[in-house]
Design a protein around this ligand. Sequence first.
Ligand code: PLP
Length: 339
Amino acid sequence: TSGLPMKKVHMHGNNKTDEELKMCLDYEIGSIVIDNEEEIGRLSKICKEKNKKVKVMMRINIGIDAHTHEYIKTSKHSSKFGESIFDDRITEIIEKIVKDENMEFLGFHCHIGSQIFDTKAFHEGIESMVKETKKISEALGIYIPEINLGGGFGVYYTEKDTAIDVEQFMKSMIEHLERSLEAEKMKLEKVSIEPGRSIVANAGSTLYTVGGTKTTYGGVKYIFIDGGMTDNIRPALYQAEYEAIVANKANETAEDVVTIAGKCCESGDLIIKNGKLANAETGDLILVATTGAYGYSMSNNYNKAPRPAVVFVKDRKSALSIKKESFEDLVRNDVLIDL
Ligand SMILES: Cc1ncc(COP(=O)(O)O)c(C=O)c1O
């Protein structure tokens, strides 16, 4: 195993399988964030079978309309994640957890979306979480010790983004939280956040080799690279934007307007559409920045393309962290059959 203390792990997911839930209990992880009412019953049954008690939180939708892309908004009324606080049955749902002798209810979790720059949305989220915690704890006559406010702190991808200064912003989050708790005359034992990309996004870049270029009849200049949606699905999935340079021509001015395209059989397999780049030619290296989050972890074998390697770099030293996939890797699980 990784050696990470399992007590520090919590488990998310809108569709956790029984096998996954059993694994959580076997590893005795810190807590499970329950997504929906159905999951309560399944988890309860598994706890009984294993004669284990588990700490749980409940993921709730607080209805905050964060200004971000539709696919990365997660807290609207019909989100696939969590139960809505506007649902009349929400107290009843929490009561099921509280009454279950195999579960210890820690509190509520929310994640209002990703790449959020509007700090007001986070403040509204805090107020809503505090109010909801108070409402349910009074209705059920219980103390709720914890809230988890999720992540979503916007980072710099392109010059359109003014990244949230997380260190500064945390101070204002804490002040806001303390004011909300005071207003509601409440105390919590623990408040957590899940700062995903704001920790790692800017730490990573992807290097591609230019395989060829083409200017279309319609006037688009394509730069073809040896990767694409297989190592970075975000532009194809929700038009995420990136910046790039020609790494071996880093001092040249970026005057060409180009579209950087991958090699999959999809016209949408683009990394950058109409971005500015120095004159890129076959054999040049393209560096796409801010790929430290949701790059390798979301990489895939679309068109049976092998995944690239991951190299860590520090103080001019480098170390191979993940080997690139071979064609043998791609067929490792294939079974030769003769029906
Ligand atoms: C439950 C939950 N928490 C935290 C995050 C982290 O979000 P981000 O990396 O945008 O900060 C995600 C991302 O999908 C998430 O689903």
